[in-house]
Design a protein around this ligand. Sequence first.
Ligand code: HEC
Ligand code: HEC
Length: 309
Amino acid sequence: MANSALYKNPILFAVVTTVVVLIGTVVTMFYPMMTPEMHPKLEGLKQYTPLQLAGKDVYQQEGCVGCHTQTVRPLKTEVLRYGEYSKAGEFFYDHPFLWGSKRTGPDLARIGGKYPDAWQYKHFEDPQSFFAESNMPKYGWLKNNKLDPADVEAHMKALGFTYQPEDIALLNGKSELDALVAYMQVIGTSVKKADAGDKKKDLSVEPVNPFKGDPKAIASGKELYSQNCSACHGVKGEGGIGPSLIDDEFLYVKGDLKDDDYFELINNGTQAGNVEEGRTMKGGMPPYASLGRDKIWHLVSYIRSLQGK
Ligand code: HEC
Ligand code: HEC
């Protein structure tokens, strides 16, 4: 009887249908959204320190998200260019997340540890000194804005992050630029980078430079060097942000490395803690595999010519 009454009363029918659909929506959508499984946290992910959080605020305040994304899509081309694709669990502490959607500049999801701090400072002060055509604004003036520890502390509290009074004390005298660099260096570091050791396996490279002493290769290497390397290693290899290439110390130990070790360093870049010929890297040298085999050998030829070898 009740059934037939329901079917004859369109208003009651509409109300009951709406309630049933709403229950379905809550059970299948909203309830799962509240469960912890929908908010995964990557193992090894740490909450932001006060300095890093202050840097993230600067990133938001300056609208870096308008030119940079912070997410690597799971596409081969992206992974080759930027590194491991982004995982949901990486963004657990990001309120709000800064994925962005506009890439005027490159993606920054794997920027942490890609360059040394000194590179970051110099690049923020004058991006054009590295890349003449860069349209990234200069941000050196951020170093004149001192952080307000009380303000950062309030933000840590609002996000429910734990911290020690010492961590807040560390902010004294720090500038917004220091905070921004600290933030850059932590982005994406909870995801392990593809091990340079793995890449080494598919790298079948001749042990000696096939372009050794070739004047054309040296000329080509010279040009590549001034475009890619001189900002860190100095105009004539004398060093700067990166170590000197013309002294007798390589990876902090006296004594030269072999041609194929040079090749590997340039091809793979370096990561802190990796070991080459028994020498431990500190990290901060970006990979140049995209140049391709010949050009990397040209660079080796040029470096050897600088060394007078
Ligand atoms: C008008 C667009 C624009 C804005 C705004 C901008 N950038 Fe950039 N950024 C670029 C471009 C283009 C490049 C590539 C050339 C270069 O390195 O200068 C770049 C490069 C970078 C790099 C080096 C990336 C790499 O892998 O080599 C970092 C780090 C960076 N930007 C951080 C920032 C931060 C932080 C902000 C905000 C304070 C910012 N950018 C604002 C356009 C922009
Ligand atoms: C962003 C800065 C930066 C750039 C750009 C850079 N390097 Fe490096 N390079 C470093 C750092 C830092 C090290 C030390 C690596 C370590 O400790 O892990 C290094 C180490 C090296 C070494 C070992 C030398 C030694 O004395 O330990 C060679 C060879 C080298 N780089 C070549 C190159 C070449 C060739 C290029 C250009 C294609 C280049 N680098 C671009 C920062 C850079």
